[in-house]
Every structure is written in C-alpha cells, then in structure tokens.
Write a protein that binds this ligand. Structure first.
Ligand code: CP
Length: 313
C-alpha cells in the first residue's frame, strides 16, 4: 500500500489509498489553527512553491499561496502565459525545468489532460495537479472530503448527490472515485448530454461501487445529506449552442431547500447554479468549503515538501 509518506506527487486521486486520504484529512485538522492565523508556523521556512497556471483560477491558486505563506514558505510563478517566456515560444517542458531549479514543489493547472503527469516525469521536485482539463482535480477532492468530514464527523454512509456538469467537471470525476472508497450512497444528477463519462462509470462498476443516475434533482433531493452542485463548464463545450440549451439546467434556490436537512457544496465559481438567497441559510457550506482548501493544501504541501528526499529535514 502507498502511504502519503511515499507519494511524491499529487496527480490523480486514484493514486491515493483510503488511508492516505484519511491521513491528509487528519493532518489538515491539526493545521486549522495555522490556517486561521491563530498560531504561526515556520514549518516550510526557506521553501519555495512554484506555480504554473495556464487556466484562470481564484481559489486554487490563492489558497495554495496562502497555505505556503502560512507555513512560512514563499511562492513564485505565473497565472497566465502572457507574463512568461512561453509567449516567445518556450516549451512547457523547458519552463517547468526552470521552475524546478528555483523551487521545492510545483503546482500546475493546464487545459489539457495529462500535462501535470508529463511534468512530474521530467522534474525531480513534487508536482501537484491543480486541474488538468476535464480530467481531475485531486486536491479539490481532498478538501471536499474534509468539508464533509468536518460537517458530519464521518464520510462513511453519507448520501451524496453530484449535480450538474458531470461530463466536463473535473472536480466530480475525482470526487466520484474518492467517495467510492467509502461506503457512500452516490447519485449522479445530470442531463443526458452531461452524464458522468462512461469510463468512470465502468471503473466504479468494476470496483463494485454502487451509484444511481437521475436527470431529475427533485426525485433525489429529499433523501440526501450533501448536494454537491457544479458549474456547467462553458469553456469545454465544442458547440456553444449545446451549452446555451442546458446552461440553467439546475438552479438551486432557497425555496427548493425549505424543510430539507442537507448541506449544499460547490467547488465554485458558481455562475447560475445556486441562487444568492441560499447564501444566508443553514444549507450553505460552499464558502466554508473554499476556506477548507487552506488547511488541506497546507497538509499536502507539508507532506510532499518535507518528505521529498531532495530536501531532507
Ligand atoms: N474550485 C476551483 O478550482 O476554483 P478556481 O477555479 O477558482 O481555482
């Protein structure tokens, strides 16, 4: 079994055993007071995190930066290619090699699946996938699980509906695999055009992981603990007309939630999936979820950087 102590990179949630995930969630809980700036830490003093963001980001980039700085470390990098020499024609591989020589770990977001894996094969420092196209977003999954555990005290036996764009939404791809490690009742709610990809459904079936699919949120909303909503990923639709037809497929508002005992999560950004009248209700956990990125990413950085043999403590 791989333990988190032996994970050099975070590329896919499928590289994690359940014990590894539980370990990171426990580590994150221990770092909450540092994440909230109640206690200071110099655990990563002198270490530098390199960041290569080829796609826009608010939460992932800024929470990685916050996590590194709260642990006493620093960050370098770029959040768009126009400010790097990639605009002059430099390759991603050469760019990553440069950042390797300046930093102790590398976070990368790219629109193409597999780019973070490729980079992890050509550099010696730990590489973290901050989202690769429509494929995976493993650190988001860890913070999603952390949010559920913080709320319910456990993940086992929860009833979770993943709702919205299950075809292009990378967060739900990673999350479905991770929830499969726990005894969770999973329902996938999406219009038929945006169903969970067949290969993921087949992987789940192969591993005897139970799930149901439904196009109608009203048929499942009375019997779930977690409604995990997602944005329709406009930027990944080859045909804008197709996007316009289904962009408002599931808009959740306060009226729909009245009398329900569930929390609403969303990786954010939201566009037209959660009405603003849900924000001040007992159901809203999406802002808390975004904060939870900090202790979870602190736990990931601490373990990857301090356990990298290139940088023995
Ligand atoms: N959840 C998430 O990945 O948000 P950003 O795209 O803002 O990083």
């Amino acid at each position: 079994m791989i333990t988190i102590f032996n994970l050099k990179n975070v590329i896919s949630i499928n590289d994690f055993e359940k014990e590894d995930i539980n370990y990171i969630l426990d580590e994150a809980a221990k770092l909450e007071s540092v994440a909230k700036s109640q206690v200071s830490s110099n655990l990563l003093n002198g270490k530098i995190l390199g960041m290569m963001f080829f796609e826009p980001s608010t939460r992932t980039r800024l929470s990685f930066e916050t996590s590194m700085k709260r642990l006493g470390g620093e960050c370098i990098g770029f959040d768009n290619t126009t400010s790097s020499s990639i605009v002059k024609g430099e390759s991603i591989a050469d760019t990553a090699k440069m950042i390797e020589s300046y930093s102790d770990a590398l976070v990368i977001r790219h629109e193409l699946e597999g780019v973070s894996k490729f980079i992890s094969e050509i550099v010696d420092i730990p590489v973290i996938n901050a989202g690769d196209g429509a494929a995976q977003h493993p650190t988001q999954t860890l913070l999603d699980l952390y949010t559920m555990k913080k709320e319910f005290g456990h993940i086992e036996n929860l009833k979770v509906a993943l709702v919205g764009d299950l075809k292009y939404g990378r967060t739900v791809h990673s999350l479905a695999y991770a929830l499969g490690l726990y005894n969770v009742e999973m329902t996938f709610v999406a219009p038929k055009e945006l169903r969970m990809p067949r290969e993921i459904l087949e992987d789940l079936k192969k591993n005897n992981i139970k799930f149901t699919e439904n196009e109608n949120l009203n048929e499942v909303i009375d019997d779930i603990d977690v409604l995990y909503d997602t944005r329709i990923q406009k930027e990944r639709f080859p045909d804008l007309e197709e996007y316009l037809k289904i962009k408002d497929a599931y808009l959740i508002n306060h009226d729909m939630l009245k009398g329900k005992d569930l929390i609403v999560m969303h990786p954010l950004p939201r566009v037209n999936e959660i009405a603003y009248d849900v924000d001040n209700t007992k159901h809203n956990r999406y802002f808390q979820q975004a904060f939870n990125a900090v202790p979870v990413r602190m736990a990931i950085l601490k373990n990857l950087i301090l356990n990298n043999p290139k940088f023995p403590e």
